[in-house]
Design a binder for this molecule. Structure first.
Ligand code: ADE
Length: 230
């Protein structure tokens, strides 16, 4: 049975998970805290990275290289781009990109650097587990492209740029970098987000209002998935 990593970006994103798991052992490493634990007999390691692509890359790498996790699940919140997404809705990333990666000055497309990919796809088997869990619990799950960048987007112009350039359905600040790490290290990964805001002028207010409730919706779903993962 393989060890499963569960990561979030903020404390609020992993707290609902820590409340439900058993046999917690706290380990400090690289200026962060990692929680080894068990859930329904499965070995898991939980951590929040802090916000942004650099911290998320560091945490994902440590979960894989030091803690030897063989699968990685990310749980958290996102801003909606697709107008069908409402606050509290769950979206699983089919693929992820980095909307702020820009060497267009050299004629490259947005989100691309030589020897990289604009889009990285998440693991199909894990997406299928999510769909099974959603069906069994009668929950609606949307699937789409998630755009990542080191910016909290609270502006309709930026949101529109990300929508038209990447055809993204939601945006956040970590998933695309976790995708790069897991793809490079050949680790199946899954990114789940519950909508906290709509990435426009009122995003900061909505984020503060809905962070906790949306983070819990995502966290509860991730734990239901753990039961089903071999
Ligand atoms: N995560 C949740 N909402 C976000 C937003 N509006 N911008 C970036 N990351 C987010």
């Amino acid at each position: 049975m393989s060890k499963i990593a569960i990561m979030g970006a903020m404390a609020e994103e992993i707290e609902p998970i820590l409340e439900k798991v058993e046999n917690i052992k706290k380990i400090e490493y690289a200026k962060n805290i990692y929680y080894e634990a068990t859930y329904k007999g499965k070995d898991i390691v939980i951590a929040y990275s802090k916000i942004g692509k650099v911290f998320a890359s560091l945490t994902a790498t440590i979960l894989i290289e030091k803690f030897k996790c063989k699968k990685l699940l990310f749980s958290g919140v996102a801003g909606a781009i697709n107008s069908e997404l409402e606050i509290g809705d769950l979206i699983i990333a089919s693929s992820l990109c980095q909307h702020d990666l820009d060497i267009t000055a050299f004629g490259h497309p947005h989100g691309y650097v030589p020897e990289g990919d604009v889009c990285i796809f998440t693991d199909k088997a894990l997406r299928d587990v999510a769909k099974k869990v959603a069906k069994e619990s009668n929950l609606e799950l949307k699937e789409g492209m998630v755009a990542t960048g080191d910016q909290f987007v609270a502006c309709s112009d930026r949101k529109e740029f990300i929508s038209s350039t990447f055809k993204a359905d939601a945006l956040e600040m970590e998933g695309g970098s976790v995708a790069v790490i897991c793809d490079a290290l050949d680790i199946p990964f899954f990114i789940l987000r519950a909508i906290s805001d709509t990435a426009d002028g009122s995003a900061d207010i909505d984020f503060d209002k809905f962070l906790e409730s949306s983070a819990k919706i995502s966290a509860d779903f991730i734990l239901d998935m753990v039961k089903e993962i071999e």
